[in-house]
Design a protein around this ligand. Structure first.
Ligand code: HEM
Length: 150
């Protein structure tokens, strides 16, 4: 069974996704301001994170500080539910624009991770939140609906 990373099209596809996504994020009136001082490498770093989560190389852990580094970027940001929703919505638009596979199985697994991850990001970003400072990078798979291979 291919990993979600392979099915998505590997690093090239994920980098195209985050390039297009953050281009739109920066223009967005609701979440753009959160990213006003974004590191220019941000789209690539998030692509590295997604690659690792979806079963690709562990480059975010090896080169970018792993979970603890990702978490640190969300602490204290006070992400609201409308902002989280907008983030999800723009990412799904970007997935269509760059033509990530649109089969039901892939999109269900992809969306499942994004829903889970953004809810955690929102929780962890609230004032006074005390998420675990260290944890493994999650590994997301197909769940209950893998591709049907007769
Ligand atoms: C599945 C959900 C999410 C993932 C996988 C994710 C991933 C990441 C990663 C990996 C970084 C650190 C990049 C680096 O290494 O420099 C980061 C930073 C950041 N994230 Fe998220 N994030 C998610 C959800 C959100 C949401 C919902 C928001 C706000 C609406 C958000 C806002 C930010 C901001 C403002 C930064 C710092 C950007 C900068 O100034 O460089 N994230 N995110």
């Amino acid at each position: 069974m291919p990993t979600l990373y392979e099915w998505a099209g590997g690093t090239d596809a994920l980098e195209r996704l985050t390039e297009v996504f953050y281009r739109e994020v920066k223009k967005d009136e609701l979440i753009g301001p959160l990213f006003a001082h974004m590191d220019p490498g941000h789209p690539k770093y998030v692509a590295m994170w997604l690659a690792e989560v979806f079963g690709g190389p562990a480059r975010y852990t090896d080169e970018r500080g792993g979970y603890a580094h990702m978490l640190a970027h969300h602490l204290g940001k006070g992400i609201t539910e409308p902002q989280r929703r907008r983030w999800v919505s723009l990412l799904m638009d970007a997935a269509d624009e760059v033509e990530l596979p649109d089969d039901p199985e892939f999109r269900a697994a992809f969306f499942g991770y994004v829903e889970w991850g953004t809810r955690l990001a929102r929780q962890n970003s609230q004032p006074g939140a005390e998420p675990p400072p260290q944890a493994p990078v999650p590994h997301w798979g197909w769940g209950v609906a893998p591709p049907y291979i007769p």
